[in-house]
Structures are given as structure tokens and as C-alpha cells.
Design a protein. Structure first.
Length: 185
């Protein structure tokens, strides 16, 4: 007699990841029931990991902060090479790992969940500080570094939302062109 396979217990991370996917696809359906169905588990799994909705919302925002900014900023700080090389590595990571794919969704969600605004501000600060330092290291003055930083952050946060799909070759061409644009004196 075959016993049904036990489903592996989900982590808070799995719930947070699914929440981001759902936010990006259809923010109106970010409910526990929908998430549980998409994950193939019962609602009880949610309450195993989160005491309440507020804790869940904070966990999703923190997951986004950690995976899509903090870990990347930390990794870039350990790369050897010129500021230009580190910027290129960062740009390549953003594009290859689609690190901006949830930025619009998170920012839109904040209109309904203002409790995540501090996390968004922290992410913006982390991104701006890391990039501004790179541009200053490249020799740009403070004002120029701030302007390039804002352009970079806005571009990479919203580029992923464009519906035009590019070939791998075209992506590489654009990556090289963008790098040249941002480092041009």
C-alpha cells in the first residue's frame, strides 16, 4: 500500500518569494488562500510561519530587500578591480538575475501597505550610496555622481517592466552600451 508523499515543509522564504511573484503578476490576489493554492499547501502552513498578516508583509519586504539589494551590494563590495569593472559586474548581475523585476510591484504595493515604506527607503538608500561611491571613485564630482546614480537606479528599477523582449545578443549589446553611457566623461 502506497502512502501519500509528504510535501516538504515550506519556509518563510518560499512564502515571500511566491508573494513577490503574485504581486508582480496580479497584486489584487495577494491573499493567503491564493498563495497557499499556488504553493500547493494549506492555509495552516502560512500560520506556521507567520503570526499574522503584518508579520508576513514585513517578511516579504525584507526578503525583497535582502535578495534584490543587500546581498548584491555586499557582493559588489568584495569584487576586486576598477570602479568601472565593478559597475559592469553589477549591471550584468541586475540584467542576468532580473533584479529589478519586483521593484514596480513593491512600490505599488506600498500605496496599500505603507508599513513597507521604511524598507523601500532603506533599499533606495543602500542602492544610492553604493552607486554614488562607485561614480565618485570613477572621478565624477558629487553632483554628477548623484545625477548618474539616480538615473542608474531609476533605469534599472523600471527597465525590467518593459514588455519588449530582447535576444541574448541584443541584451549584451545594450549592456555594453549602457556601461559606456554611465561611465562616459
Amino acid at each position: 500500500m502506497n502512502q501519500p508523499k509528504k510535501k516538504p515543509r515550506l519556509s518563510r522564504e518560499a512564502w515571500s518569494k511566491q508573494a513577490l511573484e503574485t504581486l508582480a503578476e496580479d497584486p489584487e490576489h495577494l491573499g493567503i488562500d491564493v498563495l497557499a493554492e499556488r504553493l500547493g499547501v494549506s492555509k495552516g502552513s502560512f500560520y506556521w510561519h507567520f503570526a499574522n498578516r503584518s508579520e508576513f508583509i514585513h517578511a516579504v519586504a525584507e526578503y525583497w530587500r535582502a535578495w534584490f539589494t543587500a546581498d548584491v551590494v555586499e557582493a559588489i563590495s568584495h569584487i576586486h578591480g576598477s570602479a568601472e569593472d565593478r559597475l559592469y559586474t553589477l549591471m550584468r548581475q541586475i540584467v542576468e538575475n532580473k533584479l529589478g523585476r519586483y521593484d514596480l510591484a513593491i512600490r505599488a504595493w506600498a500605496r496599500h501597505e505603507p508599513s513597507i515604506l521604511p524598507v523601500i527607503r532603506e533599499v533606495d538608500g543602500m542602492r544610492i550610496n553604493a552607486l554614488k561611491d562607485l561614480f565618485i571613485e570613477m572621478g565624477f564630482d558629487e553632483a554628477e555622481a548623484r545625477m548618474r546614480t539616480r538615473l542608474f537606479v531609476v533605469f534599472h528599477s523600471f527597465d525590467e517592466s518593459l514588455s519588449v523582449q530582447l535576444s541574448r545578443k541584443e541584451v549584451q549589446k545594450q549592456l555594453d552600451a549602457r556601461h559606456a553611457f554611465f561611465t562616459r566623461r
